[in-house]
Write a protein that binds this ligand. Structure first.
Ligand code: ADP
Ligand code: ADP
Ligand code: MG
Length: 460
């Protein structure tokens, strides 16, 4: 087992990883930017090393500085968390060449799933359905037009290196296609340093359903069930739950089929560690592969709640060379879990980020309530990173109970000094369609346009 792990991340996920290390008796090294000197992960780790100025490209994205910190602190392994360098194959290679274990998929799996176009090709080869689309990267306008014509509008133009909902445009005709092609490329170049895009059929009224997988060095891959992440704003997840109400209410047979396909993709990629196979499902119960997230996912706690399995602990054990302790049949699911992402954003001002000092802070608790956060009273949320303050997770014997606990926990959560999305989450939890479990990725837009209409009617 490892003696010392460097956590190459910040915020709640750094805290989450440090906790798992402590439970395994592994010493921890935090790295931090100048903006994060007062961050909770720095307090909790055994050692902490400053790696640069606040912007991520001068700190958390600097491979050279992180490797120097790892060498100075003499660690055996690095946990990359999510975002930042977590899916960077070059970083994983540099770690291995320095004899430091990268806690994530090895370069073989990383390369098999190098980007979205490569992953799509692998899924196709595995016999897993993918949305109709282009064969790999689309190089120019003409190529884009020919592909869109063949696929049929509406289509999505997507960055091969995309993530976090960025570098993606839908198009309903030739004009918006050409425009979207160029904006998606520019956005992707800026955000990911790679302008490559491909084209996919736009699946109407889609549901986002993903499967958690775990693979070990012996080539075994299992899945830990699904998460429904269809409550999204601008292609970014807002609320996640498991099991999926769409599968439970309408398409029970999909669970086994999609779970098998998720494992098949993991096996073909020789996947090692924790990963997520994302799918999109339409209203007829057709499902299509989207991408594999080659890292721990933000919403991993809901899977932990219903399976009783600690995913971050498992990541560490697998990276240390241990085989999976569970076979597929050993995975048992119990109850229902929901996660709300609490962001420092103003829901009444188009979700504008609201960094600053948290004055008062009181977090909900009690039976079936979990909060993963790095926030505390007096903590200043820096403006340089994403705006997530924490994740509120509830667990109940069924969906009804998990929802009731969530509403009550949201009402208890008190954060002053910055604007938060708690009221917006509460509106989602009160919505009759959400309560019934009837929602697609269009749900948030519909909810917000309804709220806007009410505001206008109130004023007149
Ligand atoms: P999840 O499904 O785990 O919620 P997200 O797509 O929301 O994944 O991403 C989690 C975090 O990682 C976010 O902070 C997001 O901005 C960041 N992220 C995801 N993919 C990338 C990427 N390719 N490059 C940079 N940041 C990314
Ligand atoms: P990211 O890397 O940003 O997470 P994904 O490919 O996983 O990108 O897509 C993010 C979200 O965008 C999906 O959950 C879905 O809501 C939407 N989306 C992506 N592709 C399509 C598609 N072909 N049709 C409809 N919606 C899509
Ligand atoms: Mg995705």
């Amino acid at each position: 087992m490892f003696e010392k792990i460097l956590v190459a991340n910040r915020g709640e996920i750094a805290v989450r990883i440090i906790r798992a290390c402590k439970e395994l008796n592994i010493r921890t090294v935090a790295v931090y930017s100048e903006a994060d000197a007062n961050s909770m992960h720095v307090q909790l780790a055994d050692e902490a090393i400053c790696i640069g100025r606040p912007p991520s490209n001068e700190s958390y994205l600097r491979i050279d500085r992180i490797i120097s910190a790892a060498e100075v602190a003499d660690v055996d392994a690095i946990h990359p968390g999510y975002g930042f360098l977590s899916e960077n194959a070059h970083f994983a290679d540099v770690c291995e060449s320095c004899n430091i274990r990268f806690i994530g998929p090895n370069s073989r799996a990383m390369n098999a799933l190098a980007d979205k176009a490569v992953s799509r090709a692998l899924a196709k080869k595995a016999g897993v359905p993918v949305p109709p689309g282009s064969d790999g990267v689309v190089e120019n306008e003409q190529d884009a037009l020919v592909n869109a014509k063949r696929i049929g509008y509406p289509v999505m133009i997507k960055a091969v290196a995309g993530g976090g909902g960025r570098g993606m445009r839908s198009a309903h005709n030739d004009i918006s296609l050409v425009k979207g092609f160029h904006t998606a490329r520019t956005e992707a170049e800026k955000a990911f340093g790679n302008p490559g895009v491909y084209i996919e059929k736009y699946i109407e009224d889609p549901h986002h359903i993903e499967f958690q997988i775990l693979g070990d060095y012996k080539g075994h891959v299992i899945h830990l069930g699904e998460r429904d992440c269809s409550v999204q704003r601008r292609n970014q997840k807002v609320v996640e739950e498991t099991p999926s109400p769409l599968i439970d209410n309408r398409f029970k047979k999909l669970r086994e089929k999609m779970g098998k396909d998720a494992r098949k993709i993991g096996e073909m990629a020789h996947y090692v560690g924790a990963g997520t196979v994302e799918f999109i499902v339409d209203n007829q119960g057709n499902y299509y592969f989207l991408e594999v997230n080659k890292r721990i996912q933000v919403e991993h706690p809901i899977t932990e709640e219903v399976t009783g399995i600690d995913l971050v602990r498992y990541q560490i054990l697998i990276a240390a060379g241990e085989p999976l302790r569970h076979s597929q049949g050993d995975i048992k699911f119990e109850g229902h879990a929901i996660e709300c992402r609490i962001n420092a954003e103003d829901p009444f001002d188009d979700f504008r980020p609201s960094p600053g000092r948290i004055e008062m802070y009181f977090q909900p608790g009690g039976h079936g309530v979990r909060v993963d956060t790095h926030a505390y009273a007096g903590y200043t949320i820096p403006s340089h990173y994403d705006s997530m303050i924490g994740k509120l997770v509830t667990f109940g014997k069924d969906r009804r109970e998990a929802m009731d606990k969530m509403s009550s926990a949201l009402a208890e959560y008190m954060i002053t000094g910055v604007k938060t999305t708690i009221s917006f989450q509460q509106a989602i939890l009160q919505d009759p369609n959400f309560r019934r479990g009837v929602y697609s990725t269009n749900f948030v837009d519909q909810l917000l346009s309804g709220a806007r209409r009410e505001l206008i009617e109130d004023k007149s």
